[in-house]
Design a protein around this ligand. Sequence first.
Ligand code: COA
Length: 197
Amino acid sequence: MTVSGAQADPNSIDGLPGRSATPDLRSDRLTLSSFTSAHLTETYVGWLNDPAVMRYSENRHRAHSLATCKNYFDAMQTGGHFFWAIHLHAADGASGTHIGNITAYADRRNRIADLAIVIGDRAAWGRGLGRESWTLAQDWLLQSGCFHKVTAGTMALNAPMLKIFAAAGMREEGRRSGQFLWQGQRVDLVLAAKFAG
Ligand SMILES: CC(C)(COP(=O)(O)OP(=O)(O)OC[C@H]1O[C@@H](n2cnc3c(N)ncnc32)[C@H](O)[C@@H]1OP(=O)(O)O)[C@@H](O)C(=O)NCCC(=O)NCCS
């Protein structure tokens, strides 16, 4: 993994990273770059309104627009959370197509970051890009020295996400039984975590 951009900001609260600390992270096939207003596109809105993409997400209950996406982006920035756009590299290695997003909600007091991902471009599914993105973000958070623990949750039916948790070294640390009503059936919320060190 190559990391460019800000590391922990010594001037921010408790020596933890400031709100502009989302770094660029690069792997062989992907760059995670700090989400900007240029990423607020109809393509992105379309991912959130696509029932197949939102199948296992609570976002399936909501209608999304450029305005709601901007509100979310603004709230993530104001809260000092991490928000990456996932870019697939072009043939020349340059950062190319925006295929999804990954976020880390930072609970700085408890030094915990909660990760979530969407690969919105369905043509990109099943190529290991979700796992690659997840591992890049998770490993940076754990190696930054700012977070002791990375957490995540998913519907128990979300098989690819459970495989990503396992591949990234996360352990299931709990379940909320029947937390979701999904197509008339009760489905568990699976909680996973990985600790630094
Ligand atoms: C979940 C998601 C991130 C997976 O991304 P992806 O790039 O397709 O996943 P990968 O290609 O890295 O595959 C991860 C694993 O799931 C497996 N997998 C992929 N699709 C699968 C499917 N339909 N059923 C079962 N396993 C599947 C892959 O084989 C791989 O397993 P492996 O590590 O044993 O090889 C993507 O489907 C997505 O964004 N979905 C919508 C949003 C979402 O559900 N986000 C998670 C909410 S917490």
